[in-house]
Ligand binder design. Sequence first.
Ligand code: ADP
Length: 180
Amino acid sequence: MEKTVSGKVIELVIGDITRQRVDAIVNAANSTLLGGGGVDGAIHRAGGPLILEECRAIRAVRGECPTGEAVLTGGGGLPARYVIHAVGPVWRGGDQGEPALLASCYRNALRIAAEVGFQTVAFPSISTGIYGYPLERAAPTAIATVAAFLSLETLAPSRVRFVLFDPVTFATYAGALEAL
Ligand code: ADP
């Protein structure tokens, strides 16, 4: 399913983000940048040790990556050329700034993509796995934040693909995209 926003496309697919042949995939990273479970583990497994090496080098210079922010590495052995490691918020009940942090995570990932000139970027459903962000709340925030960025920023990627791992996550994002 897809929708066009100011001439740019938001696309939803069910699939594995490590298999996407795009300019950049986005990793649902944690602040350590040293890898973890879920999509993070899958990306490092599929992409090989080079990605972790680059993460370590960034960490040595800048320290941990704060929640809501993002950093860029190469794609190692992945079909994607680059990985944008974005740190989503852990769900702590919803009154700890989670919606703003989730939105800033998508925005900062897209800002890096726009700066480098990426045309195609693929996102997973950030924070809705191990970080426990309720899917029905995360999906509208994710979709609305991406749509706003695409309509406001002329240098934004021309195609943003959400790669959703299971049918329930896909259906929830589809509902949010339809409602946009
Ligand atoms: P977080 O820690 O930000 O919650 P997770 O990786 O635990 O991140 O989960 C985020 C989402 O990514 C979940 O919906 C999970 O099912 C999904 N996911 C896990 N592996 C993959 C993958 N290979 N491709 C796409 N999505 C994935």
